[in-house]
Write a protein that binds this ligand. Structure first.
Ligand code: SF4
Length: 338
């Protein structure tokens, strides 16, 4: 068992976890809301350190990160667990069991093993993904530092609900992040995810303006829940005014899953409406995901409209880019190592 970081003792034997915005108060022999951090005799332990539940070599586009080292492979892993309880979770079989019944499975992997394997597979980066990496912070942090020392980049795919302390601890070692902005109402976050919107917005601002990690945002569009024109106008206003029009926005199609098995998949019209609203607001890079056959995966130059990155599945053609600029008009295309 591994002692946790980012917690503090209160009146013994009560402790407070300070890893995410739930700031759980945890009694002895109890776990926090994520189900992977336990108070044992007044000390907080992380139960998922080195217990890897999913691991793959993925295209970086699969995260999705479209403007960060496109065309490269990222060594991706997760432990079980999540600090949110989204009714529509698409990875619920590994994210939710620790919360629901305490199940916590995984294969033993140390940071050294993970980095060695990433190097052996010629990955350009390591991705902390699939479940919520915040709840395997200690394993991520140790692995990210080792990865950096071995000239690998580090990327996160996150719900953005970590604490400021967590972000600051990761600050020097993370290069890019895709944050789920699930909707733009407190009611949705509370009812469908067991969380709050405001800390996610605050973290997005902080990541963009202070930490300066490369940032992309994903919104899963769920029929009747977060797809009204009013809400999408507010959400895209935030993206443009607070994070900048160069922030890539991935609109993702919902499929019935987990506790929302009876909700229909997102319609083509709804995806198109979100796309058009984003365009009207001035977002330069908008993509639609989980919708085969829809031609909104490519990157077009915001200056002249020329297609500069062509994507097919997870295949990428970069021939219309010249040192990160459009081959037709020379305008800079935003991103890292384009
Ligand atoms: S990570 Fe979040 S949910 Fe888990 S124990 Fe800490 S504060 Fe609670």
């Amino acid at each position: 068992m591994h002692e946790a970081r980012l917690w503090k003792p209160l009146r013994k034997p009560l402790v407070q976890c300070q890893l995410c915005n739930h700031f759980c108060l945890i009694k002895p022999d109890m776990r926090g809301r994520c189900g992977v951090r336990e108070n044992i005799d007044g000390t907080l332990y992380t139960l998922n350190y080195g217990r890897v539940a999913a691991v793959n070599l993925d295209p970086i586009e699969k995260k999705p990160l479209y403007h960060f080292q496109p065309g490269t492979q990222t060594y991706s892993f997760a432990t079980m667990g999540c600090n949110l309880s989204c009714s529509f979770c698409q990875n619920w079989s590994i994210s939710q069991p620790p919360r629901v019944d305490g199940t916590l499975e995984g294969q033993p992997r140390s940071p050294e093993m993970l980095v060695r394997e990433a190097l052996r597979l010629n990955a350009s980066s390591i991705a902390y993904t699939y479940t919520e990496p915040t709840v395997f912070f200690e394993l991520m942090h140790d692995t990210a530092q080792l990865a950096r020392n071995n000239k690998l980049k580090n990327v996160m795919v996150s719900n953005g609900y970590m604490s400021r302390k967590c972000l600051d601890a990761l600050g020097p070692d993370i290069d890019a992040i895709n944050v789920d902005l699930k909707c733009f109402t407190e009611d949705f976050y509370q009812d469908l995810s067991g969380a709050a919107l405001a800390p996610v917005l605050e973290n997005l601002r902080y990541i963009k303006n202070e930490l300066k990690w490369w940032l992309e945002v994903t919104t899963l569009l769920i029929p009747g829940k977060n797809d009204s024109a009013h809400e999408l106008n507010a959400l895209t206003d935030f993206l443009v005014s607070e994070l900048g029009p160069e922030t890539p926005w991935h609109i993702s199609r919902f499929h019935p899953d987990y506790k929302m098995g009876r909700t229909p998949a997102t319609s083509r019209d709804s995806l198109d409406m979100a796309y058009e609203i984003g365009c009207q607001k001035g977002l330069k890079y908008i993509y639609i995901g989980n919708m085969p056959g829809l031609d909104r995966q490519h990157t077009h130059c915001p200056g002249c409209g020329h297609r500069v990155i062509t994507r097919s599945g997870f295949g990428v053609a970069l021939t219309e880019l010249e040192h990160g600029t459009c081959s037709q008009c020379g305008k800079k295309i935003h991103g890292i190592n384009l």
